[in-house]
Write a protein that binds this ligand. Structure first.
Ligand SMILES: *[C@@H]1O[C@H](CO)[C@@H](O)[C@H](O)[C@H]1NC(C)=O
Ligand SMILES: *[C@@H]1O[C@H](CO)[C@@H](O)[C@H](O)[C@H]1NC(C)=O
Ligand SMILES: *[C@@H]1O[C@H](CO)[C@@H](O)[C@H](O)[C@H]1NC(C)=O
Ligand SMILES: *[C@@H]1O[C@H](CO)[C@@H](O)[C@H](O)[C@H]1NC(C)=O
Ligand SMILES: *[C@@H]1O[C@H](CO)[C@@H](O)[C@H](O)[C@H]1NC(C)=O
Ligand SMILES: *[C@@H]1O[C@H](CO)[C@@H](O)[C@H](O)[C@H]1NC(C)=O
Ligand SMILES: *[C@@H]1O[C@H](CO)[C@@H](O)[C@H](O)[C@H]1NC(C)=O
Ligand SMILES: *[C@@H]1O[C@H](CO)[C@@H](O)[C@H](O)[C@H]1NC(C)=O
Ligand SMILES: *[C@@H]1O[C@H](CO)[C@@H](O)[C@H](O)[C@H]1NC(C)=O
Length: 787
C-alpha cells in the first residue's frame, strides 16, 4: 500500500519536474539580492494573466531540479521516536537531496539535521553526524507529513531548503527562530497540527521569501497581524479552519518605507465575528491608506460575520479598494444580527450597520440604551426616564464623534461641565428639575448642538442671556415660565429675529402684567423708558448735590485752601539773595501789658541774640512819623511777619476805628500773598481756638497755619518760633549781592511798590475781601473765586 502511494508521489514529482523544465523560464525575483539560478516561473501563464512577474510568479514557480532529488533515509535510534538521517551512497555536489519519511512514528525531526539534538551525538553516532553535515547545504526538502512531531527545532543550517512539509503532525507552537534565515524556502506546510500559537513575525522575517504557507486546520484562537503579512511578495498564507475569533496586534509597527507586499490570506472557516479593524491593527491613519499600501487579498468566507458598526467604516471608506482587498467579498453574508442573517454584506445599507453599546463598553447605566451609528457619526444615548439625579458619565465611541443624549424625564438639577458637552449634537433634557442653565453651558453647546430641548423644567424661571445666540428653532422651550422684565428686553429682539413655530416658545411672566406667550412680549408692556429717565434725572440731581457740597466746602474753607496753596508755592529762602532790611516784623497788641512785656523782655531779645534783625513798631517808628506808612514800608522790607496773637489782637477798635494790629495784619497778609519769599508765623499767645476767632483768615490760619502754641515754657517756645521762622538772614556781601541782582528777575519790593495800593483807614472786612477778589483775578498763582 505504502509503495503504491510512494510510487504515485514519485510519478507526480516526475511529471511536475518535466513540466517545470519544459514550460518554465528561469526567474530572478526583482526584490531578491541572492542568486536564484534554480528558480523558474511559468511565465506564459503569467503573460496570459497579464500580471507582472514579481506579482504572479510566487504562485506559478517551480525548481529546475524538481523530481531529481536523492532520498536520504531515516533510522530510528530510540523507542521514543528519535531518528538519524543516513545516506547509503556517496555525496555528490551536483545532486540535491531530500529527507522524506511520511506517515510514520517520528516524534522529532532527525537528530543530525543541523545537529539540533546534541544529546544523541554520542560516540556511537558521531560518524553519522559527521557524514551528514556534508549534506546539509544540499538538502532541498524535508517531508515528514503524517508523523507525531511536536516541535520544529532550529533548521537554519539547511540553506537550500525549498520545502518544509510538517503537515499532519502534533506541532503545538511555531517559533520565529526555527527557519528565519532560510531565504530559499518556498513552501511551508503546517496543515492539520495542533498549533495554538505562533510567535510574532514567523513568516515576515527579512530573509524569508516564502510563497506558500499553510497553517490551516489548526486550533489557533488569536492571530497576530504580523503573521498575515510578509515583506516580500507571496502567493498565499492559509489560516482556513482555525478557531480564530479575533486578530491582534502585538507590537506591530508598519514601516511605511517598507510596506508589506502583495499576497492572499485566507481566513475562511474561522470564528471571526467582528470585522477586523485594520486601521487600528496596522496603525493606519485612514482606511484609504490601507488600499494604498496593501496589495492584499483577504478571504473571509464562512466566518460568522456580525454586520454591525465595526464593518461600516470599512464598507464606506474603503469601497473603492474593497474588492481587491477582500477576495470573494461579494459572497460574504451576515450571520447576525438575526434580522440581517443571510444578507450579503454588500447589500447592507450603511445606516443598518450599528452597534448596541453594552454597559462594559461604556454605556452609562443600565437605565440607558446606547446605539452607535457610524453612518451618522453619532452615538445615541437614551437615558429617558432613568431616575438620573445628575448628568451621566459617557465614554467616547471609537466609531462616532458626536453624541445624541436624551435624559428627558429625570431629576437632573444642573448641567455640569462634562467633557462630552462640546460633542453633543442633540440634547434632550426636558422634564427635569433644572433650576438654571448657565451661560457657559450655552456657550459650549453653541457650536455643535443642533437640538436642545429644555422644555418642562418648571423650576427654571430665567434664561441665560447667551441663549439669544441660538436659533429658537433648534431650542425647544415649551412649558417654561420665564421672568420677562426690563432687564430681559433682549428676549423680544431674539424672538423677533428668529421666527419659529410657537410650539417651541416659552411663556413670559411680566411684572405687573401677568403671563403672556413670549412671542407677544413687548417692551411697551413695561415702563422701562420712564424708569431710565428717572435714573438719569436722579443721577443729575445727585451730581448737582455733590457739586453743591463741594462748592460749600470750598467756600467755607477758602482761606485754608488759599493758605495751603500759598504755602505750597513758598520758595526756599535763598540766604544770598535776601535783600530785606528786616528778618522779622513783630506785630502785637501794644495795649496789652503782659504781651508787650513778653515781647520786649523775652521774644525780641532772644531773636536778636540769635541774629535776627527785628522791627517793632513801638521801638522802631520815629517819634512823630506817620505810623501807617512807616509800618507799610517796614513790612515790605521784612521777610517774615510774626504775630503774637492775643485775645485783643484784632478787637482793639474803638469808636469804629481800626486797631493798629488789624492794619498790620492786613499788610502782612498782603505781602505774604504777593511775595513768594515771605512768611507768616503766628504765636498763639492766649491759646485761642479757631472757633473763637471771627476773622476768617486768622481763623483759617489757626487751622492750618504756621502757628506756635504758647505753653509758658519759654525755652521751647523760642526754639519753636525760630524753627518756624527759619534762620536769620546772612548779611550778603557786596559781590554776591551784585550777582544776585543780575539774576533776580523781579523783587517782591518792586512788585509790591508797583501796585498802587491805597490803604484807606476805614477799609473794612468787606473791602478787604473785595481786594482779595481783585488780586486773585490778577494773580497768576491763585485761581479761586470768592463769593
Ligand atoms: C555526480 O553527479 C553528476 C550528475 O548527476 C554525475 O555526472 C557525476 O558523475 C557524479 N559524480 C560522481 C563522483 O558520482
Ligand atoms: C543568516 O544568513 C545570512 C546570509 O544568508 C548570514 O550572513 C548570517 O550569518 C545568517 N545568520 C545565521 C544566524 O545563521
Ligand atoms: C520572536 O517572537 C518573540 C515572542 O513572540 C518576540 O518576543 C520576538 O521579538 C520575535 N522576534 C522577532 C525577530 O520578531
Ligand atoms: C502609530 O502611528 C503613529 C503615527 O501615525 C505613531 O506616532 C505611533 O507611535 C504609532 N503607534 C505604534 C504602536 O506604532
Ligand atoms: C441591537 O439591539 C436591538 C434590540 O435589542 C436588536 O434588535 C439588534 O439586533 C441589535 N443589533 C446589534 C447589531 O446587535
Ligand atoms: C461620574 O464619574 C465620577 C468620577 O469618575 C463619579 O464621581 C460620578 O459619581 C459619576 N457620575 C455618575 C452619574 O455615574
Ligand atoms: C427623549 O425621550 C423621550 C421619552 O422617551 C421622547 O419623548 C423624546 O422624543 C426623546 N427625545 C429625542 C430627541 O429623541
Ligand atoms: C469645561 O471643561 C473643559 C474641560 O473639561 C474646560 O476646558 C472648560 O474651560 C470648562 N468650562 C467651564 C466654563 O468651566
Ligand atoms: C422636547 O420635549 C418635549 C417635552 O418632553 C417633547 O414633547 C418634545 O417631543 C421634545 N422634542 C424633541 C425634538 O425631542
Amino acid at each position: 500500500m505504502r509503495s503504491l502511494y510512494l510510487f504515485l508521489i514519485v510519478w507526480c514529482q516526475l511529471t511536475m519536474s518535466l513540466a517545470c523544465g519544459q514550460y518554465s523560464q528561469p526567474w530572478q525575483p526583482g526584490w531578491s539580492d541572492i542568486e536564484r539560478e534554480d528558480l523558474r516561473c511559468y511565465t506564459s501563464t503569467c503573460d496570459t494573466l497579464g500580471k507582472p512577474l514579481d506579482t504572479c510568479c510566487p504562485c506559478h514557480s517551480c525548481m529546475s531540479w524538481e523530481g531529481s532529488g536523492k532520498n536520504i533515509d531515516i533510522e530510528y535510534i530510540s523507542v521514543v521516536g528519535k531518528s538519524v538521517a543516513v545516506f547509503a551512497g556517496e555525496f555528490n555536489q551536483s545532486e540535491v537531496y531530500r529527507i522524506q519519511h511520511s506517515y510514520s512514528d517520528l516524534k522529532e525531526i532527525p537528530s543530525n539535521v543541523c545537529d539540533w539534538d546534541k544529546e544523541s551525538n554520542t560516540n556511537f553516532f558521531s560518524d553519522i553526524y559527521q557524514i551528514m553535515r556534508e549534506f546539509w547545504e544540499y538538502v532541498v526538502e524535508l517531508d515528514f507529513t503524517g508523523n507525531k512531531i511536536r516541535r520544529i527545532p532550529d533548521i537554519n543550517c539547511l540553506k537550500r531548503l525549498d520545502k518544509l512539509d510538517l503537515s499532519y503532525n502534533n506541532i503545538i507552537h511555531v517559533s520565529n527562530s526555527s527557519f528565519y534565515n532560510l531565504s530559499r524556502l518556498r513552501n511551508i506546510n503546517l496543515e492539520r497540527n495542533q498549533i495554538k500559537h505562533l510567535d510574532i513575525n514567523v513568516f515576515s522575517a527579512p530573509q524569508l521569501n516564502m510563497f506558500h504557507v499553510d497553517v490551516s486546520n489548526n486550533i489557533m484562537e488569536t492571530l497576530d497581524v504580523s503573521n498575515m503579512l510578509s515583506l516580500k511578495p507571496f502567493c498565499s498564507i492559509e489560516y482556513t479552519n482555525n478557531k480564530i475569533t479575533n486578530l491582534v496586534s502585538e507590537n506591530f509597527v508598519l514601516d511605511m518605507n517598507k510596506p508589506p507586499s502583495s499576497g492572499f490570506v485566507s481566513m475562511n472557516g474561522n470564528q471571526i465575528k467582528q470585522f477586523p479593524n485594520f486601521k487600528e491593527l496596522l496603525n493606519l491613519t485612514s482606511w484609504e491608506q490601507m488600499g494604498q499600501i496593501l496589495d492584499f487579498g483577504f478571504d473571509f468566507k464562512d466566518i460568522p460575520l456580525v454586520c454591525d458598526c465595526n464593518i461600516q467604516p470599512f464598507l464606506e471608506k474603503a469601497e473603492s479598494v474593497i474588492e481587491t482587498l477582500w477576495r470573494d467579498y461579494m459572497n460574504v453574508k451576515c450571520t447576525s444580527p438575526p434580522e440581517y442573517a443571510g444578507i450579503p454584506v454588500v447589500q447592507m445599507k450603511h445606516d443598518q450597520l450599528i452597534c448596541n453599546v453594552s454597559l462594559e463598553d461604556g454605556c452609562p447605566t443600565p437605565d440607558c440604551s446606547c446605539v452607535d451609528k457610524p453612518s451618522e457619526n453619532t452615538l445615541y444615548i437614551n437615558c429617558a426616564n432613568g431616575n438620573l439625579k445628575e448628568m451621566p458619565n459617557i465614554s467616547n465611541s471609537a466609531h462616532s464623534k458626536y453624541i445624541s443624549l436624551n435624559v428627558s424625564g429625570n431629576n437632573i438639577q444642573t448641567i455640569k461641565n462634562k467633557t462630552y458637552l462640546p460633542l453633543l449634537a442633540s440634547f434632550d433634557i426636558s422634564h427635569n428639575d433644572l433650576r438654571e442653565i448657565n451661560n457657559d453651558v450655552i456657550d459650549i453647546l453653541q457650536d455643535s448642538c443642533t437640538m436642545l430641548n429644555i422644555s418642562d423644567n418648571p423650576k427654571m424661571t430665567e434664561l441665560p442671556r447667551k441663549i439669544q445666540y441660538r436659533k429658537t428653532c433648534s431650542t425647544h422651550m415649551n412649558n417654561l415660565l420665564v421672568h420677562c422684565g426690563c432687564d430681559t428686553l433682549w428676549i423680544e429682539t431674539w424672538l423677533k429675529q428668529n421666527v419659529c413655530s410657537t410650539d417651541y416658545v416659552f411663556q413670559c411672566n411680566i411684572p405687573g402684567v401677568g403671563v403672556k406667550l413670549a412671542a407677544d412680549f413687548h417692551e411697551s408692556d413695561l415702563q422701562c423708558k420712564e424708569e431710565s429717565i428717572v435714573i438719569v434725572a436722579s443721577m443729575i440731581a445727585s451730581g448737582i448735590i455733590l457739586m453743591i457740597i463741594i462748592g460749600f466746602t470750598v467756600h467755607s474753607f477758602k482761606y485754608e485752601l488759599l493758605i495751603l496753596y500759598l504755602r505750597s508755592r513758598r520758595r526756599k529762602r535763598n540766604t544770598v539773595m535776601s535783600n530785606f532790611a528786616y528778618d522779622v516784623f513783630i506785630s502785637y497788641n501794644e495795649n496789652e501789658d503782659h504781651v508787650r512785656e513778653w515781647v520786649a523782655k523775652f521774644l525780641n531779645p532772644h531773636l536778636m541774640k540769635s541774629g535776627y534783625t527785628t522791627f517793632i513798631a513801638l521801638r522802631d517808628i520815629n517819634f512823630g512819623a506817620e505810623r501807617d506808612s512807616e509800618v507799610i514800608s517796614a513790612i515790605q522790607n521784612s521777610q517774615r511777619f510774626l504775630i503774637v496773637l492775643s485775645e485783643s489782637y484784632l478787637c482793639g477798635a474803638y469808636e469804629g476805628m481800626r486797631s493798629w494790629t488789624e492794619n498790620e495784619w492786613k499788610y502782612g497778609w498782603y505781602n505774604f500773598r504777593s511775595c513768594p519769599y515771605k512768611k507768616i508765623v503766628l504765636v498763639n499767645f492766649d491759646h485761642i481756638k479757631p472757633s473763637d476767632v471771627d476773622h476768617p483768615v486768622i481763623k483759617a490760619y489757626l487751622r492750618v497755619g504756621y502757628t506756635v502754641d504758647f505753653k509758658n515754657q519759654d525755652r521751647t517756645i523760642m526754639d519753636d518760633i525760630e524753627k518756624k521762622l527759619g534762620g536769620p538772614a546772612v548779611l550778603p556781601d557786596i559781590d554776591a549781592r551784585v550777582i544776585e541782582n543780575k539774576k533776580t528777575k523781579f523783587s517782591c519790593d518792586e512788585l509790591f511798590m508797583a501796585r498802587p495800593f491805597q490803604l484807606s483807614p476805614d477799609l473794612d472786612v468787606v473791602d478787604f475781601e473785595n481786594d482779595l477778589k481783585y488780586n486773585d483775578i490778577n494773580d497768576d498763582y491763585v485761581n479761586f473765586t470768592y463769593t
